[in-house]
Design a protein around this ligand. Structure first.
Ligand code: ZN
Length: 342
C-alpha cells in the first residue's frame, strides 16, 4: 500500500476517534485532558526506503551504497553507505544510516543473506547519517551492543543527537519521521580488537580528523579498513567539526599501521588510493591557506590560491559538493592555519 495513503488513513482514523470521544461519550470535563493531542497521534512515519542490493567489497565486508552526496527528500536521507561484516556467527554493521527506515532496509537486505543475528553495530562518528539508523537495529536486535568512541556516545546523548535529528528531518522534508534517537552504548578505544565468529575487527582512533571522535574499523584478515568520513570518494563535506592537520596525521597513521589496505569510505566507493587522493585535495586547500596566512594575505586571496592550485583543480569537476563547500572548507582551513602559524 502507498505510504501517503496509509498516513491519510491514520489521520482519518484519529479524527474519527476524536469525534467519537468528544461527542459520542458523555463528554465530561474530566475526559478532555485525557485526550492525546491530535498532533502527537498524527505524528507519522516517513515512507520505507526502497530495497538495495549489498555489494561485496572484500571477503567479509558488504556495502549498501547510498544514493547521492547530500540528504534530500528524493534520497530520503540515504546519502551515507551502510556497511556490514558477515561472520559465521552473525553480522556486524558499520554505520547504520540516517533513519529508522534506512536501518530497516539494511535489515531486510541482511535477512536475504543470512538468518543469523546482527551481533553488533559500530558508529564511526556523531554525524547523524552514521547513527540515526541505530533505532531499527536496537528494535530488532536489542542484545546487540552499539560501539563508538566514548566522546561520541556523550556527544550524541547531550548535544549532537537532537541537533542531527532535527537537521535531517529538515533536509529530507520529514522523510525520516518516526526515527528515535538511539545513542551508541558501548565505548571502544584505539587498538581494541573484537572478535565476531572468528573475524577480528580492530579499532583505530588518532584524535580529531573529520570530527574529534572518529573511529576507523579494520577488518583485519581482509586487509580492509572502513574509514568512516575521515576520507571520502568524490565528495567534499564541511570540516567544521574537523581538523586538516589532524586528518593528515590520521592518513599517515593508517598508512603505517594498516599498510596496503583497501580503504572503504562511508561516502562513495572503496579505493586503494583513497587516502592519497584525499591528502592531495585537502592538502592543496590547507597548504594554500597556510601560505596565505604566513604572507599576510586575507581569506579571499587564500580562496583564489586554493581554486588556482592544480592539486585542487583536478578534483573540482568530479567532487560532489565542491562548488557549494569550497569557500566554507577553505575558511576553516584558513582559521586552522592562523592558529597553527602563530
Ligand atoms: Zn557522513
Amino acid at each position: 500500500m502507498n505510504n501517503d495513503l496509509r498516513q491519510q488513513e491514520l489521520v482519518d482514523a484519529i479524527r474519527r476517534d476524536l469525534m467519537r470521544r468528544l461527542f459520542g461519550l458523555a463528554a465530561g470535563a474530566a475526559v478532555l485532558p485525557a485526550l492525546t493531542p491530535l498532533s502527537a497521534l498524527a505524528a507519522g512515519r516517513g515512507p520505507s526506503v526502497p530495497d538495495q542490493k549489498p555489494v561485496q567489497v572484500s571477503e567479509h565486508l558488504y556495502v549498501l551504497y547510498a544514493r547521492g552526496g547530500f540528504p534530500n527528500k528524493e534520497n530520503q536521507g540515504f546519502f551515507a553507505n551502510v556497511s556490514f561484516v558477515m561472520t559465521p556467527k552473525g553480522v556486524v554493521v558499520i554505520d547504520s544510516g540516517t533513519s529508522v527506515q534506512i536501518g530497516e532496509m539494511a535489515i531486510r537486505a541482511i535477512r536475504k543473506m543470512t538468518d543469523k543475528p546482527v551481533l553488533a553495530v559500530f558508529n564511526t562518528h556523531f554525524h547523524g547519517d552514521h547513527w540515526l539508523g541505530n533505532d531499527a537495529f536496537k528494535a530488532a536486535f536489542p542484545e546487540a551492543p552499539i560501539y563508538a568512541h566514548p566522546n561520541c556516545i556523550t556527544s550524541i546523548k547531550t548535544a549532537t543527537g537532537p541537533q542531527w535529528l532535527e537537521q535531517m528531518m529538515g533536509a529530507t522534508e520529514g522523510m525520516i519521521e518516526g526515527t528515535r534517537i538511539t545513542p551508541p552504548d558501548h565505548p571502544v578505544q584505539h587498538g581494541q580488537e573484537l572478535n565476531f565468529g572468528g573475524v577480528t575487527l580492530r579499532v583505530h582512533h588518532y584524535g580529531q580528523a573529520h570530527t574529534p571522535v572518529d573511529i576507523m574499523v579494520e577488518i583485519v584478515g581482509d586487509k580492509t579498513v572502513h574509514v568512516g568520513d575521515v576520507a571520502m570518494d568524490k565528495r567534499i563535506a564541511n570540516m567544521e567539526d574537523g581538523s586538516f592537520t589532524g586528518t593528515f596525521k590520521v592518513y599517515d597513521a593508517l598508512e603505517k599501521n594498516a599498510a596496503g589496505s583497501l580503504w572503504v569510505p562511508a561516502h562513495g566507493k572503496p579505493d586503494r588510493n583513497l587516502l592519497v587522493k584525499n591528502r592531495e585535495l585537502l592538502g592543496g586547500i590547507y597548504e594554500n591557506a597556510l601560505k596565505a596566512v604566513q604572507s599576510g594575505k586575507d581569506f579571499e586571496a587564500a580562496k583564489a590560491m586554493v581554486l588556482a592550485d592544480p592539486h585542487v583543480k583536478k578534483y573540482a569537476n568530479d567532487t560532489v559538493g565542491f562548488n557549494e563547500n569550497i569557500g566554507k572548507v577553505t575558511s576553516i582551513a584558513y582559521v586552522e592555519a592562523e592558529q597553527k602559524a602563530f
